[in-house]
Design a protein around this ligand. Structure first.
Ligand code: SAH
Ligand code: SF4
Length: 410
């Protein structure tokens, strides 16, 4: 079986030199950005969604309607600490002002279209956003503790086409906005009645965030960063940066920004130890090869023995799972504070890889452990509801595809 199954357009540039662009190039880039942009904060009925705005932005629109800036703190508390979705719930605000706010603003939430709970308690949500687009969010309980992680999507679809990934078979439809990213976490909290937010770092059931759902979060960096700043704000959801992990396929320049600006934990989807193989299975490697990705990991500010970089390594039978691969892996990462998550390949309809055998996974893990790295083999979660890693793809996309096929047949 060839590892390369789909030719992949690698995005041409992350940060073009704006000054050097011609007018036509500018227009093309702006048009493309508009195409993938999330819906604006102003809804069809003219009201503005307050979720996803910074404190400064909220203050500005309150001042614009003649209100005092201190209201921001009150409203912020109701939205992000109490989980209010209606201005009438804001009892510390006088009725006439509640009404004035309700006439002009909304507190938006993505709508759950389906909610499935797996045999192992994993819960998958399909959320619909204001423009009808949909994305999946998964709550993964921790088996040992009474808490778990919310796996959040950052894009509808993905521009990258890693050959083993189900999401990668769906072209990028658009980026999710900050409101939609933070909204997934808030709507998952609604489902578990987990409001109000705990103060400080007190754990709850929904106590960590992993940006490992649909999409490449670093190709939607601005919206992801804005959402994570809201999540980390101490007067609201108040999750510490230590409780947030962003997974990337290796967008090097933005790994640096993420480390400097957000300081959240980093997971890197490595999956191969040689450029020729990684070029094929993670095509972004042609732009940012292994050596550059690892150099970015070495300079990642949040990397320390207390907060290690996680390397994700998918176990594909006969492709990347030999003992020589394991030895090369530990050689490559020997000077990085790291742990290695071995992920057995999760099959999806139409995929032609097979997961490595249990024996091979164990042999691989042993070599990595002997070199001093924690090397857990991830137990697939929520397989019965297609919620495991790489299986996230919207139901509606499947329905649309089936619909298209029917039309072609007719
Ligand atoms: N785009 C980001 C984050 C989303 S993918 C990234 O690639 O890191 C989250 C993780 O799931 C990545 O490590 C990805 O490589 C892995 N993954 C994708 N498809 C998978 C599959 N079929 N089986 C197991 N893991 C998969
Ligand atoms: Fe995109 Fe990550 Fe899937 Fe690759 S593994 S196609 S980067 S979502």
């Amino acid at each position: 079986m060839s590892a390369l199954r789909r030719p992949t357009p690698v995005p041409s540039s992350d940060a073009p030199d704006v000054a050097a662009l011609t007018e036509t190039e500018r227009a093309r880039i702006l048009a493309k950005a508009a195409l993938f942009a999330p819906p604006a904060a102003v809804c069809e009925d003219g009201r503005t969604d307050l979720v996803g705005l910074t404190r400064e932005e909220i203050t500005q629109i309150l001042v614009d309607i003649g209100e005092k800036p201190f209201r921001t703190k009150q409203i912020w508390h109701w939205i992000y600490h109490q989980g209010a979705t209606d201005f009438r719930q804001m009892t510390s605000i006088a009725k006439p002002l509640q009404e004035k706010l309700a006439e002009r603003f909304v507190i938006g939430r993505p709508q759950p279209v389906t909610v499935q709970t797996s045999e192992d308690e994993t819960r998958k949500f399909l959320f619909r956003f204001r423009d009808g687009q949909e994305a999946e969010t998964v709550y993964i309980p921790d088996r040992r503790e009474d808490r778990g992680a919310v796996c959040i999507s950052s894009q509808v679809g993905c521009t990258l086409s890693c050959t083993f990934c189900h999401t990668g078979t769906q072209k990028l439809v658009r980026n999710l906005g900050a409101a939609e990213i933070v909204g997934q976490f808030m709507a998952a909290r609604d489902s578990y009645n987990e409001w109000p937010s705990p103060k400080g770092d007190t754990p709850r059931l929904l106590s960590t965030i992993v940006l490992m759902g649909m999409g490449e979060p670093l190709y939607n960096y601005e919206n992801v960063a804005k959402a994570m700043r809201i999540v980390m704000d101490g007067e609201g959801i108040a999750l510490s940066r230590r409780r947030i992990t962003l997974s990337t396929s290796g967008v090097v320049p933005l790994m640096d920004r993420c480390g400097d600006e957000l300081g959240i934990n980093l997971a890197v989807s490595l999956h191969a130890v040689r450029d020729d193989l990684r070029d094929q299975i993670v095509p972004l490697n042609r732009k940012y090869p292994i050596a550059e990705v690892l150099a970015a990991c070495r300079r990642y500010p949040a990397a320390s023995n207390a907060r290690r970089i996680t390397f994700e390594y998918i176990m594909l039978r006969g492709i990347n799972d030999s003992e020589a691969d394991a030895r090369e892996l530990v050689r490559l990462i020997r000077d990085i504070p790291a742990k290695v998550n071995l992920i057995p390949f999760n099959p999806w309809p139409g995929s032609d890889y097979r997961p490595s055998t249990r024996d091979q996974q164990n042999r691989f893990a042993q070599i990595v452990m002997d070199a001093g790295f924690a090397s857990p083999i991830r137990t697939p979660r929520g397989r019965d509801i297609l919620a495991a890693c790489g299986q996230l793809k919207t139901v509606s996309e499947r329905l649309r595809a089936a619909e298209r096929e029917k039309q072609t047949d007719a």
